[in-house]
Design a binder for this molecule. Structure first.
Ligand SMILES: NC(=O)NCCC(=O)O
Length: 384
């Protein structure tokens, strides 16, 4: 299984395929080509200086007679944790704040309106360990914790909406923990929060040791830059989770994640992209980068030797559009900022063509699902 030495699928195709074949392969694998965004030279210089990849892509929609283009720029940030996991908690959080502030500065230079960070971005992804301390000390209040206050400053300074996925400590309800994304409006106000609805019980993702399934449903946040929602990580395997955000009117659904190659890399390019197609919306898949090593050994319950690392987080963040097109991914092995310009008019335009909302049989599904969840249900299998 590739680690940092394999940069990206795109780079590999570009290196090995003749140009004519490459064009056809990209047409089939990526759909209608995105336009390269003309980003300021200073932004590329700052990215080089800050040692992260900067990639700019634009999706286009057809010009309409009665609606202006609804153009918005999103920024997806993927990064490794800059300090080892055994560094004191506050030092790790501060280093991450500093790293993200530098990347957000470049996002602002690129005219980003909505920026989203990776899942649990203020900490190493320590849930593999099943240990409580010191990892639970990374949890913060969604309303006024240090990270939310930091993001409020970012949003005021740059006039951006900030989506900040954190480990939440809910002091109002018995100090319990949640896997939460805080949405901060471009005015600097906390617009609200959403919680991870589906908790993995797969491999080393021992997250149910720390928090329960979210209890906030599928909120959609109205911003000046469109209606947005956040489907946190493992929720991307659940088509109905995407659907419910879309039913509530989401035009852009962010999917901040933390996932490793051995488990999910072949699913990654499919799931968020399929959700964009099925729900006539844009989706933004974000994954962290690199290897994280923990002080104590843990086992994966698979008979293999105890070890101290989670596996390789493969980055590869991308944006997918309702017409099935997608951007290239950010590299597997570098921090990065993907700036994508979206024309939200593409959502309705694609819906008018394909009509999935119109042809979906929601009433029938709702009735059948209502029956299927009853303990007395028996599946509708016709037998001879
Ligand atoms: N963070 C998280 O939910 N990871 C689970 C693994 C996956 O969904 O790929």
């Amino acid at each position: 299984m590739a680690g940092a030495e394999f940069e990206s699928l795109e780079q590999c195709l570009e290196k090995h395929l003749p140009l004519a074949d490459l064009r056809e392969v990209k047409r089939i694998l990526y759909g209608k080509e995105t336009r390269e965004l003309n980003l300021p030279r200073g932004a590329f210089e700052a990215a080089t200086k800050g040692d992260f990849e900067l990639l700019g892509c634009a999706f286009e929609a057809v010009e309409e007679q009665q609606r202006r283009p609804r153009t918005v720029r999103v920024g997806l940030v993927q990064n490794r944790t800059p300090l080892p996991a055994d560094t004191p908690v506050v030092k790790q959080v501060t280093a991450l704040h500093r790293r993200i502030a530098a990347i957000a500065e470049v996002a602002a230079m690129c005219g980003v309106n909505i920026i989203c960070f990776q899942e649990a971005w203020t900490m190493p992804f320590a849930f593999c360990t099943r240990e409580k301390l010191p990892w639970t000390e990374f949890a913060e209040s969604a309303e006024d914790g240090p990270t939310t206050r930091f993001c409020q400053e970012l949003s005021r300074k740059h006039g951006m909406v900030v989506v900040s996925p954190i480990l939440e400590r809910d002091v109002e309800h018995g100090d319990v923990l949640w896997n939460t994304a805080v949405v901060i409006s471009n005015s600097g106000k906390v617009l609200g929060k959403t919680r991870k609805n589906h908790i993995p019980r797969v491999g080393d993702f021992n997250e149910s040791t720390y928090y329960m399934e979210g209890n906030l449903g599928h909120p959609v946040f109205q911003t000046p830059f469109g209606r947005i929602a956040v489907n946190i990580c493992y929720g991307r395997h659940h088509p109905l989770n995407w659907l419910m955000f879309s039913i509530n009117g989401a035009e852009i659904i962010f999917n901040p994640s933390a996932t490793i190659g051995v488990l999910s890399e072949s699913l990654w390019p499919i799931e968020a992209r399929n959700a964009a197609i099925a729900n006539h919306c844009f989706t933004c898949a974000i994954n962290r980068v690199g290897e994280e090593r923990f002080p104590n050994e843990f086992t994966s319950g698979d008979g293999k030797k105890a070890h101290q690392d989670f596996g390789y987080f493969y980055g590869s963040s991308y944006v997918a559009a309702p017409d099935g097109s997608r951007t290239p991914g950010l590299p597997r092995n570098r921090d990065g900022l993907l700036v994508a310009e979206l024309d939200l008019n593409l959502c309705r335009q694609t819906s008018d063509i394909w009509g999935f909302k119109m042809t979906g049989r929601y009433e029938m599904y709702a009735q059948e699902l209502a029956e299927a969840v009853k303990p007395s249900y028996s599946p509708n299998i016709v037998k001879e």
